[in-house]
Design a protein around this ligand. Sequence first.
Ligand code: HEC
Length: 143
Amino acid sequence: MKRNVFAFCSFFELNFDSSAFHDRRFVKVKKVLKSVLVVTFIAGGIIAFASTGTAEANNAVGVAATRTLYRQHCGECHGNDGKSNTKKGRETEASDLTDPGVKGNANDKNIRIITNGKGEMPGFKRKLSPSQIASVARYIKTL
Ligand code: HEC
């Protein structure tokens, strides 16, 4: 019996406590961890890339939709190019939206003007939602 216990212990000593075994195991664990990390990074990269693509696509749709809104609601006076060189623009003396002075307007100010109107310009609070107004305000900065 004693012998058996000794044999049992030495079996474990040999197999689990030998430093060679530990080293091999450690190397193996390190290898596995390394592959897990590599896979995680690649997967993360793919996900990040895919979501950037989606964000860009969404943004592109947003810009296109906003351009359409601008052309529908503002183009008559301010022109598609924002220079207000249109019949109605001249009649109402609409501001040139590409003018550096106007470009320098704070976004909040433009949002207020677009929402409530100013002088000959009508307000758009009944025609456009607050988020559409915010998008249009951002859009005119790009004209
Ligand atoms: C009926 C013509 C008309 C339409 C439509 C119109 N505007 Fe105007 N807009 C004007 C006029 C006129 C002014 C100048 C107001 C003033 O200073 O008395 C003006 C001024 C502005 C200003 C302020 C510029 C400054 O002088 O600081 C912004 C910004 C602006 N418009 C954006 C828009 C946007 C965006 C739309 C569409 C959602 C729009 N406008 C639709 C006529 C118009």
